[in-house]
Design a protein around this ligand. Structure first.
Ligand code: WQD
Length: 337
């Protein structure tokens, strides 16, 4: 079976390629390299001894997307990661985000229909929930009004799928919580462009001396220690969930043409608990201080993982210290480059 991974040179896409190949799938990666490097293909081959096929393409361009599907005629399923994903940037350039993220989705689905490709896994996000009314959050919890164009593109993608699937495409949308960490070989990991928005890459770059100090955004939230709580999940656990989801579709075990699953650990950790985990698991002392709250941050969220456990038979295995230590090992490997 051959799977097309859009955005497969990216953080989650590259880890998913490794797990798909480990599970015996052949993989084609289509990526425009706007937020990743082609060298990732060499790294994946080093890890799995299998080189994924690769085509550089801007899938938001209809002709380039058609070209991908005309070039690789033996695709059985698609996993769609390709998207811009910086919440803050999306506030500044909303049209760019809607055009890119939704354009890619529609071009890919259009080609799947043309080429009779039936199985589709969509990269969605817990961002669709907004600020939860109750926790842990379930797939049936209300989806609130988006608070950023990025989060809005994730919501619209799910809504589009609900009208598109069922005839010739079946789909699973995986709602990721906060993916962190890196493969145990430290050959692939998160490669933020410029100053990291996300917590873990900022922590590892601070410990590596690239950043002066981590700013903890807010210490007056109504949580145990006053800092925001998130459900951090190891990127390898997240990657494995995509293999399980694609197999569910291929084996036609899905109960509806469109299914949603929370992919988290079910545990929430505060920013301070993440800092403690990083210092404990690496032995590094982190330079940090409190700063004002960041606009748009929700207070706390963590997943109810029951549906993924019962229906997918998937449960996150890695603990928080393996997430923070693997992120540090990846940062150390980067420094040697
Ligand atoms: C986590 C916590 C910050 C940086 C976003 C998107 C989500 C996904 C992951 C793409 C928050 C705090 C952070 C820093 C800090 N993106 N923080 N200092 O905002 O939960 O989720 O990124 O797929 O869709 O919404 O992740 O890592 O940015 O922040 O204190 O320098 O760390 O305030 O509480 P977030 P994050």
């Amino acid at each position: 079976m051959k799977i097309l991974i859009t955005g497969g040179c990216g953080f989650i896409g590259s880890h998913t390629c490794v797990e798909l190949q480990n599970a015996g799938f052949d993989v084609v990666i289509a990526d425009n390299l706007s937020n990743s490097k082609e060298e990732v293909i060499d790294r994946i081959e080093k890890i799995t001894n299998k080189r994924p096929e690769f085509i550089k393409a801007n899938l938001a361009d209809e002709k380039e997307c058609d070209e991908v599907f005309n070039t690789f005629s033996d695709i059985n399923g698609v996993i769609n990661f390709a998207a811009y994903k910086a919440v803050g940037e999306s506030m500044d350039v909303p049209v760019k985000y809607y055009k890119n993220n939704l354009g890619i989705l529609l071009n890919v689905l259009d080609n799947m229909q043309k080429h009779k490709i039936k199985y589709f896994v969509q990269s969605s996000s817990c961002t669709v929930y907004g600020e939860p009314d109750s926790l842990p959050i379930k797939e049936t919890s209300p989806v609130k009004d988006a608070t950023s164009p990025y989060g809005h593109t994730k919501q619209i993608a799910e809504q589009m799928l609900s009208f598109i699937v069922g005839k010739d495409i079946d789909a699973i949308a995986l709602r990721y919580f906060n993916p962190i960490g890196a493969h145990k070989t430290a050959l692939i990991g998160e490669l933020p462009n410029g100053v990291p928005n996300n917590l873990l890459p900022f922590i590892t770059q601070t410990a590596a001396g690239i950043r002066k100090e981590l700013k903890v955004f807010g210490n007056d939230y109504p949580t145990s220690d006053g800092t925001c709580i998130r459900d951090y999940i190891h990127v390898v656990d997240l990657a494995k969930a995509h293999v399980v989801a694609m197999n569910r579709l291929i084996n036609e075990k899905n109960k509806k043409p469109l299914e949603f699953f929370n992919i988290g650990t079910g545990h929430g950790y505060s920013v301070l608990e993440i800092i403690n985990s990083f210092e404990r698991s690496t032995g590094e002392k982190l330079n940090w201080s409190f700063a004002p709250r960041r606009a748009g941050d929700i207070i706390q969220i963590w997943a109810d993982t029951q549906l993924a456990e019962e229906e997918l038979g998937w449960k996150a295995q890695e603990d928080i210290d393996s997430m923070t230590s693997s992120a540090w090992n990846w940062q150390l490997q980067l420094k040697e480059e």
